[in-house]
Design a binder for this molecule. Sequence first.
Ligand code: ADP
Ligand code: MG
Ligand code: ZN
Length: 193
Amino acid sequence: MDRRGDKGWVEVICGPMFSGKSEELIRRITRYQIARVPGQTFKPVIDDRYATDQVVSHSSLSVSAEPVADSDILLRSVKDRTEVIGIDEAQFFDDGLVEVVAQLAATGKKVIVAGLDLDYLGRPFEPIPTLVTHAEYVLKSLAVCHRCGGAGMYTQRVIASDQLVVLGAEGAYEARCRYCYDPSEGQQEQLEV
Ligand code: ADP
Ligand code: MG
Ligand code: ZN
């Protein structure tokens, strides 16, 4: 039986900083571009670390992207003919992204979402954990622990700040494994200052 929209699904790529989430998103999107499948890639306007009209990985791969302010604007920016949608840094979107992604998949679009699953204090970073539960395909990517070379699962803040978001400031974050991760590290520095 052929069902309307049965080509749609959700893929989530999650893990800490430096784990290759953007790289993997760019790889998947580029393959669809080679196959001439119409696609669009989005990122939150909050992430203006690199070019604002591109998703760029730490290894300098890139794909063009449209910056959008929230999930509602993202939904309204998707063209009818678009079949594949990439979304990077999805942890910076509002919780409405969960419903938007579900709606896009239900109308036959393939949605590939990348983002941090944990914040720098090791807490679930919504909307990624909820998106994971509504995704057909999930990749948990791991980085190399900056301290010991082990399985880097956490994002360690190594500068003093109690802001939830300190955007990719050079040297502000490291990937750490469960043994080397210490969320109080930045805070201790803060007390010393
Ligand atoms: P993410 O989007 O998850 O932050 P990127 O895709 O932007 O990651 O970058 C991944 C690339 O970062 C790797 O291919 C590698 O070149 C580089 N890199 C730098 N530090 C690390 C690390 N500690 N572990 C793994 N890759 C790292
Ligand atoms: Mg990234
Ligand atoms: Zn380690």
